[in-house]
Design a protein around this ligand. Sequence first.
Ligand SMILES: *Cc1c(COP(=O)(O)O)cnc(C)c1O
Length: 461
Amino acid sequence: MSPDEFRRYGKQVVDWIADYLAGIESYPVRSQVRPGEVRSMLPAHPPERGEPYENVLRDVERVILPGVTHWQHPNFFAYFPANASGPAILGDLLSSGLGVQGMVWATSPACTELETVVVDWLAELLDLPFREDGVAGGVIQDSASSAALVAVLAALGKTDRPGRIYVSSQTHSALEKAARIVGSEVRVVEVDPETLAMDSAQLRALISEDVAAGVRPALVCATIGTTSTTAIDPVREIGAVCREYGVWLHVDAAYAGVAAICPELRWINDGVAEYADSYATNPHKWLLTNFDCGVLWVRDRRPMIDALSILPEFLRNQASDSGEVIDYRDWQVPLGRRFRALKLWSVIRWYGAEGLREHIRTGVSLAQRFAGFVAADPEFELWEHHPFGLVCFRPLRTSAAETLALMERVNDSGVLYLSHTKVGDDVLLRMAIGAPMTTAEHVDHAWQVIRDARGVLGQSR
Ligand SMILES: *Cc1c(COP(=O)(O)O)cnc(C)c1O
């Protein structure tokens, strides 16, 4: 493709995306295709001869779009948001356009140095203590799962004594996966049945039991904003236990961490500055930055680099040898890395701290609005903890199966998209607000749809 052809099709693609976003409400939120339907519309064999790009664009509309769930739809309330935004899309396009592979500083100094600056900016915006100073620092990963794996590897270090990992029943499955990858055993700490926060007294008991048995406690993962209900573990209490026993504290704030950009939500960082050895949050969830962009900060990079740095001859270079530069390949599992800092930089510059705060505040206030509707309705029960954009609730006098059936009916309609979780024996519905296009009208309408579905359920009993 020549630069002129690229210009022509590139403009078409940008126009297509702009039209898509402008008209997104005309699509069913959740894709309506059946398993295998998209595949059946695609040729089994690749073309022998190149095709005009128009063919690709035509098939994006014809084949791909029906099989897409519209995560940017203002009525997408499932899971957590996966925010996209104009500046992030453009930043990603620039990254693709430059085609840089930033594995070490020398393979593109700007890729490394811009990353150092934007993760510092983000640390400042979130009031986190981990600024680049040669010891502490941050790095962009593809995901919070990778961030957790890096933290686990750093915590285990190079000893051959298997270390144990402590989580709660509410911790993200990424930690269990990381433990499986490294061959560590996981111990599950109980949670408070009301708040679902980790019981730090039981954590201490398990750790001291393990120490007495000669097992090394390696890492505790505390979560700020669990995936299920946005529960918050007592980081300060957990941190004190970790300090006492010399255990690495990883704080997983994948979804909720970015909320600390608002001073009124900074209480969620309590204990982080004093105790966290590593901390992860995902701008690719609620901070307007297209997937993938997860940031990991560490208090001290040395254990991580010791665990991850292997220097083959073909990567040796003067800059790395000089010790004056950061080579982020040593801060992650893969060698290669995309120029992800460009999109986070675009986002922070376009919105400014003010615009980013505004986005978080809109999500929080719409969630409060929705929670108010639920609380006022005798047919529903509200899960009281909802400081962010997620509201959990359930219809009363319905079985778990009926609650799930209600959700399926709503989701099948294509009008909106919810997900669910389980707390004890109760199935809760999850209304996760935070798509950039969601307004009060969308939230009001969603509530109407949910109430109507509840009504139908009542009649059919
Ligand atoms: C979403 C989430 C993760 C996983 O995030 P990825 O970036 O998709 O790996 C981990 N922890 C928590 C608390 C999450 O909400």
